[in-house]
Design a protein around this ligand. Sequence first.
Ligand code: SF4
Ligand code: SF4
Length: 373
Amino acid sequence: MNSRVSIGRCTSYDSPAVEEAVSRAIDALGGIKSFVRPASKVLVKPNLLLAAEPESGVDTHPEVVRAVIRALKKIGCNIFVGDSPSVFGDQIENVDEVYARSGVKKICEEEKVSLVEFNKRRLRRGIPMTTMLDECDALISLPKFKTHNLTLLTGAIKNLFGLVVGTYKTEIHKNYFRVNDFSKVLVDIYQEARPALTIVDGIVAMEGDGPATAGKLRDTNLLLASADCVALDAVMALIMGIKPLDVLTTKEAASRGLGTADIDAIEIVGEKLEDVAGKPFLLPTSSIKRHLIPAPLIKLALRMVKYRPYCLHDNCITCSACVKACPNKCITLKNKRIVFDYSECISCFCCQEVCPASAIRVKKSLLAKVIGL
Ligand code: SF4
Ligand code: SF4
């Protein structure tokens, strides 16, 4: 396992600047041939959550995708780009619209590479994952650096959830709604689909109530890369101002020996961590500050403390995306107002993730406020 993480700066999404920064990040780790065989078939998987313009900061920026395509073209690879965007109950987001609005479709057309949909699946560890993994020799993952209301961080490991085909993601949310169970499934996916290389778009990151429109954009001006997703997520956590093991996917993956979460055992190349870790990120409203709670009390705290979605009706455009996305069917649109049945809510925050209008917010229960969580 190569637990080397490259940290590089990039201050804009101008095409030449991003290409230079991506190339620098890859070279710092030994060059593209250290990860991908020349002329091989490669699946490039950005984080394309929603149909949103690049400026929204919700999806991996198309110029990062372009820069990676160009690095792979230099060694003659056959390149496929794809993701499985958000799920609305029994249907997935209009994939073509996501590809178009995110800017990735245009980039793929300009670079003459294949943009694919994940519509065929094969069970791996009981999880229906895209057969593109079987058809390609290597996977390159391109997460966006964002906070996440359920998993705290969406980075290297979480980005792989998009390898699950369409609507099966809803079933996973429903069946594994506790964050520790959901995190284990995410690590199962990582165990099955280890990217040859992961490059994180942190040029504009997201803090607060990420990962979608309720989050706040933050100029971190960073590109991070590694072959070790655990090390990469650990470094991102430290940049955010939290402990790596507070992110349960990192903790689980490290405990299975899938990578290195110990910062002393991670070699950082490029920028120094202390130079890039500025003011701590605003954390999601729902984030349990695990380091404030003695370990034996965490389960008890999780049982007592509640986080629930609510609707900012002034922002709501009554699109019903949240109604369709809710795995427990506990949202209805009545008289043009969103209504929650909290008795059925499992606090998965899928509703917030799909809301295009920043209308779903999260509130803490009184106890959570009182005890400072
Ligand atoms: S209402 Fe509750 S169960 Fe439904 S999507 Fe939102 S957080 Fe999940
Ligand atoms: S809350 Fe958001 S997702 Fe739900 S109907 Fe309103 S705008 Fe659409």
